[in-house]
Design a protein around this ligand. Structure first.
Ligand SMILES: NC(=O)c1ccc[n+]([C@@H]2O[C@H](COP(=O)([O-])OP(=O)(O)OC[C@H]3O[C@@H](n4cnc5c(N)ncnc54)[C@H](O)[C@@H]3O)[C@@H](O)[C@H]2O)c1
Length: 265
């Protein structure tokens, strides 16, 4: 089930967190994986975990906000593994909570350049090689964009992040319509709050700024998830692997929400 045997995948921001776990799950399910990231040390650790589990993965340093680096990353996948079938546009950053009137245009643009431009560029550069091999698979090629529950709902003091993730949601639909004739599926994944280094950064900040500290911050977040816990990296990576596989062959332009019930309320 959810096999990606013989396929070639690229995971942006694949050094750690949701990208790291997605790379591991894809490799475990038979894909050859290119991990791209700006964090070389953590990428090396993830490569090591994959190799020890018998999987195949390679790393290229890549900033998703830079178009030439996207061209180089896609070329790397084609040169090293012979093509491309799956792209997981996962790299993303959170912004420090900040009132709108104090948000500088520079920090707005910096966040957009990673969270939204990075996904646009990932789709754009992946199309030619994915299209070339899409006919081989019952489910065609697959592009998976990591959005967020914040692509559906707003959050005070998180304007740039919410705007970027809402943008990813509709960019996904537009791309899905355009690429369906080429047998390339495009879907978005919307995690609730997941226990990753990104979230732990928020806990550390809360430890300094909030009464009750990081534990209070976490308890407040858990309380908003009816399932009663934080998400784990596997919860998201399993959804990514499903969307990458032919088991999701009839799914395109849709949102896969993995949030412990957060948005159902
Ligand atoms: N953790 C959560 O609760 C959560 C919830 C919803 C959505 N998300 C989204 O999931 C994705 C992964 O988040 P995570 O929690 O694993 O974060 P993380 O910080 O643990 O991992 C993100 C990875 O992206 C990389 N990255 C950042 N900027 C980059 C750039 N310019 N170019 C290339 N790589 C870059 C980082 O180096 C890091 O390895 C993000 O898009 C995030 O917005 C996370």
């Amino acid at each position: 089930m959810n096999s990606v045997e013989g396929k070639i995948a690229l995971v942006s921001g694949g050094a750690r967190g949701l990208g790291g776990m997605s790379a591991r799950k894809l490799a475990e399910a038979g894909a050859k994986v290119v991990i791209t990231d700006i964090r070389e040390e953590e990428a090396a650790e993830t490569l090591d975990v994959i190799a020890k589990a018998g999987g195949t993965a390679k790393f290229i340093r890549h900033d998703v906000a830079i178009e030439e680096e996207w061209a180089a990353a896609v070329k790397f996948a084609v040169d090293e593994f012979g093509g491309l079938d799956i792209v997981v546009n996962n790299a993303g950053v959170a912004s420090a909570a900040r009132p709108l009137e104090e948000l500088s245009l520079d920090s707005w643009r910096r966040l957009m350049s990673i969270n939204l431009d990075g996904v646009f560029l990932g789709i754009k550069h992946a199309i030619p090689p994915i299209r070339e091999r899409a006919g081989r698979w019952p489910g065609g090629g697959s592009i998976i964009n990591i959005s967020s529950i914040m692509g559906f709902i707003g959050g005070a003091r998180s304007a740039a992040y919410c705007a970027s993730k809402g943008g990813v949601r509709l960019l996904t639909k537009a791309a899905a319509l355009e690429l369906a004739p080429a047998k390339i599926r495009v879907n978005s994944v919307h995690p609730g709050f997941i226990d990753t280094p990104l979230l732990r950064g928020g806990v550390e900040a809360a430890d300094k700024r909030m009464e009750g500290g990081g534990q209070h911050f976490i308890d407040g977040i858990v309380a908003r998830h009816p399932i009663g816990r934080l998400g784990q990296e596997e919860d998201i990576a399993n959804a990514v692997r499903f969307l990458a596989s032919d088991d999701s062959a009839f799914m395109t332009g849709t949102e896969v929400v993995v949030d412990g019930g957060y948005l159902a309320q």
